[in-house]
Design a protein around this ligand. Sequence first.
Ligand SMILES: Nc1ncnc2c1ncn2[C@@H]1O[C@H](COP(=O)(O)OP(=O)(O)O)[C@@H](O)[C@H]1O
Ligand SMILES: [Mg+2]
Length: 227
Amino acid sequence: MTAIIETSGLTKVFGSNGAAVHALRGIDLRVDRGEFVALIGPSGSGKSTLMAILGCLDKPSAGTYALDGRRVENLSGRELAEIRNEKVGFVFQQYNLLPKASVVRNVELPMLYAGVGRKERRRRAQEMLERVGIPEKAKVLPAALSGGQRQRVAIARALANQPALLLADEPTGALDQKTGHEVLDLFRDLHRQGNTIIIVTHDLSIAATAQRQVEIMDGLINVEAAA
Ligand SMILES: Nc1ncnc2c1ncn2[C@@H]1O[C@H](COP(=O)(O)OP(=O)(O)O)[C@@H](O)[C@H]1O
Ligand SMILES: [Mg+2]
């Protein structure tokens, strides 16, 4: 098995001294290529903090992190941004689409940063929109879409650079249950097609459909739950 994620003793402290918040207190996590993991745990337990570090959006205070075989815990902000764009697709609860850009432009954006040419960008963006089931929405603005459709655009964008790792932090949190389960079905399809996925969810029926559940409690992995 190839590890996509391997962390050892990851900690994250926000603030300092009297005001310090120890959001992560020593996370050892390994995720192999092709896994589908659900990250669960109470509000405030450190899930989003961990996802931000795994997605190279933030750096740990201490510990090591190898992403797809490369140590990243000590990279500069710029190097981290490069790795993130190349290796990680991130899906957020609130979609984070650019409101003034058409759907297809939103999907093209990570490829623009990666230096993919205009024609190839458009071709791949259209292909991703087909994969998430909304090819006919390419030209509209995000405001014209339902929540579920917006999340599909965000997923297409996350897939644009064929990332080694797809991270989704409560991707169904803003959707009604039926739409949430449809979006989850899409993640399951993407998993079957070979993608490595970590999804944060409060919905235990969603977590139950993942291959493996990892529970975070107070900044640590709950080892009993994992066993
Ligand atoms: N930027 C930040 N500054 C200060 N504290 C933060 C910051 N981000 C998160 N925290 C704190 O870290 C802890 C974990 O938060 P978070 O990772 O968002 O939890 P979860 O996603 O599991 O709800 C919480 O106590 C939260 O208040
Ligand atoms: Mg969170």
